[in-house]
Design a protein around this ligand. Structure first.
Ligand code: HAM
Length: 427
């Protein structure tokens, strides 16, 4: 079995076992709570789309579309792609269902697996999990600052210390100023072709701005001297960018301007941003996003502003671990109901059921364990209390309630047990 490749999860994928899945759920609940304070509502789109949704949205010249998509023909002869990200799908769905018709705005969030055929390494998987937001129909720079603040506040809310993360921002310009800049960078690449790698030389024709993202030291040195879009923004883009920064300053959100931040998706216009975490090596971007005011038009819709971000679950986990942060996941059982002898099994079963009905996470043994083994199980489940059901106590309508942290034991009347337990649990 072990040497059979199909006995293992496919390369670049991982099974999210309960301990990790509970952390994922904790992050998800934190996101849901926080995002709802900012007016976001959930949306779930299909995990696969017509391939064209991503080709048109993300851009043919990107690594994602060019090299990383899981694309296949379905039995009906359609070209289908597993979603490599969420933005394109959400915008497609918003257009299909008229969520932004007649000048309406929409604030949406989503969570789930994404698929990219990348070379797996720490923090880089082929199936990974994202949580994201998309805000549609709102062109004002105050929204850019709000969305950026939300991303930073999410990481703070899950316990990542501010000094372990860095927020970078940039402006990618728009259709008025970017084409001329692209041409300038393409010319710059050609002028320095001898000092740039093959891939960067190719990018002069396909996607010149991605040259800023090359990891090769020689290319980085050349690109460090290249003209910056920041200095060539048209007046409306420059005004927008200045306003975003002013709003961030008002909110007290610390950021660094990184004029070489270009991101890996072609739909961006104006503001882009990324949060990088300490201690993650090369894959240090834990979340990122930007504005995409042209995307809905790509799908044949009316001009509609858009802005959003996505954060990666696995990289967030790595960043939290590197910072020594333990994610507080609730115990599997708050109360364990143990039976002293087999004869009281029926009573213990009913007591456990009554606790659950009262909203207490309660667990009981179903493997005929000894009392000692039941206590071991209670420990493993991290139960705060153990209720010991014994024949003598039952005869007087009572059970023993043991506080596992202090080892204190008290006799409690059966009828009062749920109320007392809830009280002890602070509910
Ligand atoms: P992205 O930067 O491609 O943006 O991905 C967002 C986050 O997903 C990254 O910061 C990273 O944490 C995680 N991620 C990406 N690829 C992988 C991978 N192969 N393995 C593990 N984690 C990964 C987007 O996806 C855009 N849709 C964000 C956005 C929303 N822009 C506007 N709205």
């Amino acid at each position: 079995m072990a040497s059979d490749p199909s006995a293992r999860a496919p390369k670049g994928t991982v099974d999210m076992l309960p301990a990790t899945a509970r952390v994922w759920e904790h992050l998800l609940h934190t996101a849901e709570g926080l995002f709802s304070l900012y007016g976001y509502e959930p949306i779930y789109t299909p995990i696969f789309e017509h391939t064209d949704v991503f080709v048109r949205g993300i851009g043919e010249a990107t690594d994602i579309v060019g090299k990383e998509m899981y694309t296949f023909e379905d039995k009906g002869g359609r070209s289908i792609t597993l979603r490599p990200e969420g933005t394109a799908s959400v915008v497609r769905a918003a257009l299909e269902h008229n969520l932004t018709a007649n000048g309406q705005s929409a604030k949406l969030y989503y969570a789930g697996p994404m698929f990219r055929y990348e070379r797996p390494q720490a923090g880089r998987l082929r199936q990974f999990w994202q949580i994201g937001v998309e805000a549609l129909g709102m062109p004002e720079p105050s929204l850019d600052a709000e969305v950026i603040a939300l991303l930073v506040r999410f990481f703070e809310a899950v316990g990542l210390p501010s000094d372990r993360m860095r927020l970078s921002i940039n402006s990618m310009g728009d259709d008025a100023c970017r084409p001329a800049y692209r041409a300038k960078i393409a010319a710059y690449i050609r002028d320095h072709s001898g000092d740039l790698c093959e891939e960067c030389n190719r990018r002069a024709d396909t996607n010149p701005l991605r040259t800023f993202d090359c990891k090769n030291d020689g290319c980085r040195a050349v690109m460090a001297e290249a003209p910056l879009l920041r200095d060539e923004l048209c007046e409306p883009c420059a005004t927008h960018y200045a306003a975003v920064k002013a709003y961030l300053d008002h909110l007290g959100i610390a950021y660094e301007e990184d004029p070489s931040l270009v991101r890996g998706l072609d739909y961006y216009t104006r503001t882009v941003f990324e949060v990088q975490a300490e201690g993650l090596g090369a894959q240090n971007a834990i979340g990122g996003g930007g504005r995409y005011d042209r995307l809905m038009e790509e799908y044949g819709g009316p001009p509609t502003a858009g802005l959003g971000f996505a954060l990666g679950f696995e990289r967030t986990m790595l960043a939290l671990a590197a910072a020594g942060v333990e994610v507080p996941v609730p115990p599997v059982a708050e109360v364990f109901v143990a039976r002293a002898v087999a004869e009281v099994a029926g009573d213990a079963f009913l007591i456990c059921d009554a606790l659950r009905s009262a909203g207490v996470a309660a667990e009981i043994d179903h493997q005929s364990r000894s009392l000692k083994s039941q206590f071991k199980l209670a420990d493993r489940l991290r139960a705060d209390y153990v209720v010991v059901v014994g024949p003598d106590e039952l005869a007087t309508g009572q059970v023993t309630l043991r506080d596992m942290a202090t080892s204190n034991e008290e006799r409690v009347a059966l009828g009062d047990l749920p109320t007392i337990v809830l009280d002890r649990l602070g509910r």
